[in-house]
Design a protein around this ligand. Sequence first.
Ligand code: ADP
Length: 191
Amino acid sequence: MLNIVIFGAPGSGKGTQSDKIIEHYKLFHISTGDVLRDNIRRGTELGKTAKGYIDQGQLVPDELIIDILAQVLDENKVNAREGVIFDGFPRTIPQAEALEQLLADRGTKIDAVVGLEVPEEELIKRILLRGQMSGRADDNEETARKRLEVYHNQTSPLKAYYEQQGKYRAINGLGSIDGIFESISETLDSL
Ligand code: ADP
């Protein structure tokens, strides 16, 4: 069983690399961003609450997202599978602590955190390009800058948190999609 977190700033390529990792390692993909967007599309109460935060570039409150994650884990009997890739979660230290507990309760743990490292100017470029192509509402310049600020303040401290646990693996997130995937798979194969 292999449980990993794919970690990085907005626009660092987490979703793109997750798709390749899932296919190659047969992992179950949990993207909190996708879960939230799906709820917004279906017009659920959760979706309505989440939309306000997402459109402002803010994080959805920890209690809410932790509850959602626990539900997704249970619906999918995660401990009975090959493993999970967490994409977009954890984004704060309390979320990381909650994840540790949720997995411990289910007899499992995080094996590695794959950190995609990409310079700031490149992140903005990629987010704006994605906004033009996908029309994702939060991929406009103002919201993108806010999301990067939130990332620096609330999410980037997780790098040191996972380094302390010896789980953080830095990956250069610049280059071709296949080249980056190759670095990731070398890292995962050596675990
Ligand atoms: P990106 O990584 O490009 O910012 P995501 O699809 O992961 O995109 O997330 C989009 C938005 O959904 C975030 O800006 C945030 O508002 C909300 N979100 C997703 N995951 C979380 C989380 N773990 N905690 C709080 N908010 C979240």
